[in-house]
Design a protein around this ligand. Sequence first.
Ligand SMILES: Cc1cc2nc3c(=O)[nH]c(=O)nc-3n(C[C@H](O)[C@H](O)[C@H](O)COP(=O)(O)OP(=O)(O)OC[C@H]3O[C@@H](n4cnc5c(N)ncnc54)[C@H](O)[C@@H]3O)c2cc1C
Ligand code: FES
Length: 312
Amino acid sequence: MPSITFEGHRYPANPGETILDALLRHGALMPSKCKTGSCRTCMVRVVAGTPPPAGQKSLKDTQAARGFILPCACAPLDDITLAHVHVADHEVTLTVAGRHELGPGAVRLVLRSPEPFRYRPGQYVNLVRPFDGRVRSYCLASAPDEHDLLEIHVARTPNGDMSRWLCDDLREGEPVGCYGPAGDCFYLPNDIRRPLLMVGIGTGLAGIHGILQDALNHGHQGPIHLFHAAEPGAHYLGGELLALAGRLPRLTYTPCGAEPADMAQAVKAHRPDLAGWRAYLCGAPAGVKAMQKTAFLAGAAMADIYQVAFGG
Ligand SMILES: Cc1cc2nc3c(=O)[nH]c(=O)nc-3n(C[C@H](O)[C@H](O)[C@H](O)COP(=O)(O)OP(=O)(O)OC[C@H]3O[C@@H](n4cnc5c(N)ncnc54)[C@H](O)[C@@H]3O)c2cc1C
Ligand code: FES
């Protein structure tokens, strides 16, 4: 009889019983609603054992790759250990290893982890200010390497408490708390010929930059069209991206305006048909929402649209 380990307790499951039913029968505190695998209230992460495929059928492939399952939709295949989805993989203190202006509106921070930090480029981390515990999220623009350096892009938000500290006060060598990573907006090398639409809105280019690097590191073969939406004068890394697009015929880089209507117009003009495309959208919520609609109306399947909205 397989057993389920959850929050330090071990529960035996009856043959054919779903993981959720077994946990509830034993009195474990597990949120649930529909019990049919559609609302995702019960989603948990498998940290040891085999994720049952029946529990991943309706999830995004990036969620399945992170070991998430819906325990109401599957029985355990063997002994399995589960954790809540929000339990962080790492909790570390990073130190500032570098700081570079990205034009007038943003700063690139390079942060060193004291230990290997496993993440997928495009995921985000939650940074913690040591002296008051303030927490804000930032997308990872880097790809993991042997130096354990993480890169983030921080916009100077007007009157922004954390962003001002990160952009203007924090000095090299100083500590920043960090837990994470989180988020399901990242590249999966399961279909390297798939055309990819990437839209970074403002410092949403951070996540997109990470996903682009990861796709290229995996030898992605399909076309990639990257749009960077920003206010006039606020596009950054333009020279680097143009030079990269010059060397890689499958990559196209298009800067565009920051208003949702400007982005939608730019994407429609260049890519009117997105059937079969995967879309990665990252940045301000209004822009992400508008681009999700644009991509969907142009033919992209909802399951192929991955997004990170900066709040809202
Ligand atoms: C999943 C996720 C990923 C994120 N990734 C990034 C990233 O890669 N780079 C990045 O720069 N930011 C990112 N953000 C936003 C970031 O977490 C902070 O919200 C942002 O830096 C502002 O925090 P603050 O403490 O400076 O502002 P606050 O002191 O909280 O707010 C100051 C004022 O600015 C407004 N405000 C807050 N956030 C924003 C915003 N994003 N845009 C415009 N106005 C705002 C507030 O309403 C308030 O009026 C992300 C957010 C989420 C949820
Ligand atoms: S309870 Fe709704 S998906 Fe499990």
